[in-house]
Design a protein around this ligand. Structure first.
Ligand code: V4E
Length: 220
């Protein structure tokens, strides 16, 4: 069991004035902060085309990649509104996975032996393709342990809400989905469509050709 690997189960939502009022009544605001994210990929977008999202946040590397949990075929309506991604924060493991993903386009790198953090980026030809700042207000609900509700406002003018549960490796994803569904009902969320994340909107505006490719490959 690794404390640097967990599964993030998340449902994004459009936060109406009514939803916000309810959240402020039943939730506890646990903070507001600014998050500056830089996302990296090869110039040919080899990572994101594999649904792998490498970013630097607060000086730390994070990699989100698809989970393989075998439940894809039999998902409830509520589960279909959620995304599940493995979240990896250990740099050596991140480097391993990145190298594995792009090994065909990068033959002879010695990434894992690199001690200078930035040098591994140029070795595998990773460049920053997206950079933005988000103001995030975070809430919890007393009766829903481990659920966090974030209201995000990105600097390129997009607002989105997220209900999320971090499940430790090997933990109970099903119960996380149930917590998210209960929370959505408490907030009075009615939408039954997946809501776009910040990156969707960012890519649509800044890298429309790549965005179209991700859509056609069903990554987004
Ligand atoms: C996984 C992913 C991306 C990486 C960014 O993930 P996201 O959770 O949207 O960002 P953020 O800032 O809320 O991260 P947190 O603070 O919660 O860790 S970019 C695109 N994806 C894939 C993806 C998808 N296919 N569909 C939806 C609705 N969201 C994300």
């Amino acid at each position: 069991m690794y404390d640097w690997m967990s599964v993030e189960v998340e449902r994004k939502f459009v936060c109406s004035a009514d939803n916000l009022k309810t959240l402020e009544e039943i939730g506890v605001c646990v903070g507001q902060h600014q998050i500056h994210d830089q996302y990296f990929d090869t110039p040919m977008f080899d990572l994101t085309l594999r649904d792998m999202w490498l970013r630097k946040r607060k000086g730390c590397w994070e990699l989100k990649c698809p989970t393989v949990d075998g439940t894809e075929g039999e998902q409830s309506k509520a589960a279909l509104l959620c995304t599940r991604y493995k979240e990896i924060t250990n740099l050596a493991e991140i480097q391993l996975r990145v190298r594995e993903a792009i090994k065909d386009v990068c033959e002879d790198s010695e990434m894992s032996s690199s001690h200078v953090e930035e040098s591994w980026l140029s070795k595998v030809n990773l460049v920053c393709f997206a950079e933005f700042t988000t103001v995030r207000r975070s809430f919890t609900l007393e009766e829903e342990e481990a659920v966090q509700i974030d209201l995000d406002q990105a600097d390129f003018g997009y607002h989105v809400g997220e209900i999320e549960v971090l499940v430790p490796e090997g933990g109970d994803v099903q119960s996380a989905l149930e917590k998210i569904e209960r929370t959505a009902q408490k907030l009075g969320l009615t939408g039954d469509q997946r809501v776009e994340g910040k990156m969707n909107v960012y890519l649509k505006r800044n890298h429309p050709e790549h965005y179209a490719k991700l859509l056609s490959k069903r990554v987004l």
